[in-house]
Structure formats: C-alpha cells, structure tokens
Design a protein around this ligand. Structure first.
Ligand code: NAD
Length: 478
C-alpha cells in the first residue's frame, strides 16, 4: 500500500507541514488502497508565498512564452494519460470509457487554452485608450473528486494562459490522480512557483486559500453549499470568484421526438459519470400523453442495457459511487423518494444483484422514479448518483415552466424536431442547452445560471476571468 507523502511548492516535491494521514479507497471494492499526507494552513502560506514570488516573472511573459508553456504541459500530460486512466479506475471507479475520456480531457485542456490564447487580444485599442489585459494575480484553484485531474488541468491551463500563478487544492479523495498529474506537470519544466499543489481538507486548506489576502481570485468547482462559503470567506479581500456548482438539469422530450431514438441520449445524460455529474439530466420531462410509451421503453432499456459493476469491464456503464458517504447519501434520497410518494419504475434501495466479488463496492441500483412532482425534494435537490425523476407536462409552455422551476441552471437537454427544440432551448434558464445529443464544445463558455455558479470557464470567457483590463490613456498604441 502506497503513501503519498509530498505536496508541491516552489517547483519541488516537499513533505507537508501537516501530519494527518488520510485513507484512499478503491470504491469498487471498498478496500483501502493507499494514504495521503494532508497539508495544513502553514503549507498554504508557503504555497501562496511561492506563487507570489513567481508572479512578477509570470505576469511579464509574452503570449508566445505562455503558448510554449501550454504546449509543454500538454506533451507532458499526454505522456501520462494511461497512468492517469489507471489511477481514475482504482481511486474513483469511473467505467473504462469514462476513465479514458477523463485522461484525454486533462491533457487536451492545455491545447484548448492555447488555441484560445493564440487568438486572444491581450492589448486592445478602445476609443482613445489602450487597454491591457493583465493577469489578475495569484489564483486559488479548488477541485472536486468527480473529475479531479480534468479540473486541475483545465483551471491551470487558463491561469497560465493569462500569466497568473496558482495554488491548487485538489480533492483530498483524489490524491493518486493528483499525483499522476503533478509528476506530469513537473516534467514540463515551468519556472518554480508558477503552480503549487497542497493536498488537504476543504475546511482547513481550502478555507485558508479562500481567506488568504495574497490570493486575488478563486476558481472553484464543487457543491453549491461550499461555493457560498467561499464567497463569504473571500469577501474581505474582494477576491474575484468563479464558481462551477451543482445542477438539477432537465431533459425535455418534446412531442415530436422519436421515443426509440431518444432513449440512449436520456440514459447517457442521466447516468453519465455513474450519475456523479454536475450536468446530469436528472429531471426527465415527457408529455402526459406519451408518458406510458416512454416509461416502458426507458425501463426496458435500463434493465437490459445499463450494466453496473466492475469499472474495468468495458461493458460496464455505471461504476460505483466514489465513497461510502456518497453511497449512503444516494440511498437516503431513494428512500426519501418512496416516502414522498414517487413510484419506482426501476431500481430502488440497496446494492444491485450479481456483483460477485465486488460486493464490498459502493454500487447503487440505477433508479428511475415516476409520478414525481417538481416540488418533491428528489426533484429539487442534487442527488449525485444514478437516480432519475420522470415528470409530466401538459404542453410546451408547461414543460418550459417546470424545467425553469429550479434554483439551478447549469445544463439542459432537449430532444425533438430541430425547430421546436431550438424554440424551447431559447426559453430555458440554463448555462448551456444540448439539443438532440450534440457533442461538447470545449471552446464555448461553460458555467451555470442561478445557484449553479458564478462566471464561466473555457474559451474566451474562461480566459477573461483570469484577467483584469487596465485602461491606459495617453499611451501609444501597442
Ligand atoms: P465539495 O463542495 O464538497 O468539495 C469540492 C472541493 O472543495 C474539495 O476540494 C473540498 O475539499 C473543497 N472544500 C470543501 N469545503 C471547503 C471550504 N469550506 N472552503 C474551501 N474549499 C472547500 O464537492 P464534492 O463533493 O467534491 O463534489 C461534488 C459537487 O461538485 C457536486 O455538488 C457537483 O454538482 C459539483 N460539481 C460541479 C461541477 C460544475 O462544473 N458545475 C463539476 C463537477 C462537480
């Protein structure tokens, strides 16, 4: 069993000041597979100091120099994607296809940020003024466990594109994945202090970054509750804050959709990343008149086609929940759905059958409730597991009203004839709307409306968020 003893400060792997050892689990077996030594507030102070020392040099780098850094990071991360894939399988349990995607996403983040920077005007003429887009300063990057490596790389890529330096606080539950990323980043040979990584608990290391006076901006991905705590903690130093938070996304099946054709898309939207996805389409809206036909198809497709179990088996589509805590949370919500009077279409409490040697794993039965009202807690709160709710609507206006009746607004899915689907998409209060299963666009802004977040990541909007415009009057054009 391996113990990860180091964090990364000022270009070196160092032992943290913190002494706590934290167990890492394989969620498919429930067994402890390693331990990580967690950092503490002193480690945060050392990391911020290193990032602050490195900032003047980094802020002066040219666009060409930053592009070279991003290219080096991409190459280094690309050489480790297989290793990352293995770490994701062991420590997080994402099914193989998802684990592979996660490795690719982490490596490709640097390329997408480089493409964004290449076309981005860092100097602009606006009227009589010259406007210089300057790095915001030292940034704190805080990531969750459901795509830890991807969020580290994506946030760091845009920080570097902007000329910022960073202190990264990965999820404490993802230390093996962080370790692979860290060794890759180190090989890229960036100047010392440009990025620093402190493993630790949210309540101490995360909170210390959020209040630190020398941190100018926080980019956080995680739960809405912690996002709000970060806004409060960062208020005294008026940090810039980008928050990517939770969701309760609607999947709307319009009356002109082909029911057979949409089922795979509904399942993919709902159960992606084993249901542990902020953008999961967990409220499925179908018209009253087509409900019976839709339910029969969905039930049959899940019971015959959605395989839960060993994440290394390529036919598995839903892996374990990340932890026992998360498993128990999902179980509580399934129990609550029954108490609230929703009807089980498929799934339910407990572990699925046929797990064989994986009985100790944190597996959940893929579950669909029907007869769900939008005021039930299972329709309002983020469950973060493979649990869907079917709600019915009378007409298009009713569908839009139900879809928008949520405190969240991260993602939405619409299936139907093109013109009608676009008309409905225009009316949804959501940071993004996916029409008929269209593919992700990494250059487009990503983020949520309402309590799903603040600001946007990715592409031009994501880069903007790491920059401050400085207006120069009387200066010569750049
Ligand atoms: P979490 O909010 O519990 O933790 C996220 C990170 O914040 C972790 O690194 C944690 O240690 C840290 N943290 C905890 N308390 C903190 C504090 N007081 N100050 C600073 N940092 C603190 O979330 P999680 O359980 O790791 O991840 C699941 C949540 O993340 C879900 O709600 C999900 O919707 C959300 N999420 C959102 C997106 C998105 O892009 N919108 C993507 C993935 C996950």
């Amino acid at each position: 069993m391996r113990t990860i003893e180091h964090i990364y400060i000022d270009g070196r792997f160092v032992e943290p000041h913190g002494r706590e050892l934290f167990d890492l689990h394989n969620p498919a077996t429930g067994k402890v597979i390693g331990r990580v030594r967690l950092g503490d507030v002193e480690d945060v102070n050392a990391a911020v100091a290193a990032a602050k020392r490195a900032l003047p040099g980094m802020a002066r780098t040219t666009k060409a120099e930053r592009l070279r850094m991003l290219e080096a990071l991409h190459v280094a991360m690309r050489s480790r994607v297989k290793e990352l894939h293995e770490a994701v399988l062991d420590e997080y349990g994402a099914p193989t296809s998802r684990s592979v995607w996660m490795g690719d996403y982490a490596a490709d983040s640097f390329l997408v940020a480089a493409r964004t920077l290449a076309d981005y005007p860092l100097q602009r003429e606006i009227g009589a003024a010259r406007v210089a887009m300057e790095p915001v300063g030292v940034v704190g990057l805080i990531t969750p466990w459901n795509s830890n490596a991807g969020f580290i790389c994506n946030k760091l890529a845009y920080a570097i594109a902007a000329g910022c330096t960073a202190v990264i606080k990965p999820s404490e539950m993802s230390a093996s994945q962080t370790d692979v990323v860290l060794r890759a980043l180190h090989e890229a040979g960036l100047p010392a202090g440009v990025y620093n990584v402190v493993n630790g608990r949210g309540a101490d290391v995360g909170a210390a970054i959020a209040v630190h006076p020398d941190v100018a901006k926080i980019s956080f991905t995680g739960s809405t509750a912690v996002g709000k705590a970060i806004v409060r903690a960062s208020a005294d130093s008026l940090k810039r804050v980008t928050l990517e938070l939770g969701g309760k996304s609607p999947t709307i099946i319009l009356d002109d959709a082909d029911l057979d054709a949409v089922i795979p898309g509904v399942i993919e939207a709902g159960f992606m990343n084993s249901g542990q996805a902020c953008i999961a389409g967990t409220r499925v809206l179908v018209s009253e008149s087509r409900r019976a036909g839709f339910e029969a198809r969905l039930k049959a497709a899940i019971e015959t086609g959605v395989k839960v179990g060993d994440p290394r088996d390529p036919s598995t589509t839903v892996g374990p929940m990340v932890s026992l805590t998360q498993w128990e949370r999902v179980q509580r919500y399934i129990h609550l759905g029954l108490e609230e009077g929703a009807r089980l279409l498929t799934g339910g409490e407990g572990r699925p059958e046929g797990l064989g040697s994986y009985l100790g794993g944190y597996f959940v039965r893929p579950t669909v409730f029907t007869d769900v009202r939008n005021d039930m807690r299972i329709a309002r709160e983020e469950i973060f597991g493979p649990v869907l709710s079917i709600l019915t609507y009378r007409d298009e206006d009713d569908a839009v009203a139900i879809a928008n009746d949520t405190t969240y607004g991260l993602s939405a899915y619409v299936f139907g004839g093109q013109a009608r689907a676009e008309r409905v998409a225009d009316r949804l209060e959501s940071g993004r709307v996916v029409i008929n299963g269209a593919a992700h666009e990494p250059l487009a802004p990503f983020g949520g409306m309402k309590q799903s977040g603040l600001g946007r990541e990715n592409g031009v909007f994501g880069l903007d968020a790491y920059l401050e415009p400085k207006t120069l009057l009387g200066a010569r054009p750049a």
